[in-house]
Design a protein around this ligand. Sequence first.
Ligand code: SF4
Length: 349
Amino acid sequence: MNTATCSNWNQLADRTLSGDCLSRPECLAVLQAADDVLLEQLAAAYRVRRHYWGNRVRLHYLLNAQSGLCPEDCHYCSQSKISTAEIEKYPLLAKDKILAAAGRAAELKAGTFCMVISGRSPNESTFQRVLDAVESVKANYDLKICACLGLLSAEQTDRLAAAGVDRVNHNLNTSEAHHADICTTHEFGDRLNTVNHVKAAGITTCSGGILGMGESDDDVIDLALALRELGVTSVPVNFLIPISGTPFAEVNSLTPRQCLRILCLFRFLLPSQEIRIAGGREVHLRSLQPLGLYAANSIFVGDYLTTAGQAAHQDWQMISDAGFVLEAADGSPLTETSTPLTAIGLSSG
Ligand code: SF4
């Protein structure tokens, strides 16, 4: 197989389903394929997605529980110390606000409530308040909880496990080789350590990346392979939203078709994992968003950390129109899958 050609995408799906890992030339072929074979690639990726996930789609809901004021310099992030983006900045929200957000997550049919706080890692007082909020959310809602709290020690991940946190998100973000181009205040190895602490604590691992930050195709492959080697369970695939006031404000290399090829590659290399189209879905996939569901099996509903997402009813409608069904927190399909047209202001006549 040449680097940018593949005559049979279904063979890649067969090999993936039999447990093989694609070779680097095969991975490059996925990323560098011509637009006119995109539907064939998606059909092959869908065979793998359907094997593990059927036609179910998981919804996650994000709460930016503490915003801005971060001492790190992640170049993509509006909350970093070097960002001049005009965003709301606040310390950890009070418990009643966190509970209200969890209520909103349940209302929007999300199975997982993701609590994110800005910062390198939480201090003891913030950490204790997060544990307290986790216990209250668990007591009041049938939601899985994912905590994204920055770099964590083994002692902190053990305490999160004891408090009932279901999963912890900590993204590798990019390849090891590209990491120094996106952040200088911590290293790729720091991120790996946190994910390994999460694993050791017996908490489900959620780790993915941000694509479109000037990385090469080899960096994309290295990221996916690193996540495969770590054995993470859930993989958010973000597409960079260039935010004014950040160093990456003008970086915009993605096309909707390239985003779909990246999602196909992730499905081939991470076949059984929960792959989530995360930030940048609306910005970069645009009218091709539903096609992303043929490779990925999860999306965020509601807004992102500091940018708005599309309305929840549009997400539900997209899922239903494409023949997919929502999944409950326990993994079972939700029976009420479609939104009545009248509820979204459309008449069926
Ligand atoms: S990504 Fe996290 S650690 Fe990096 S600047 Fe933003 S809030 Fe800080």
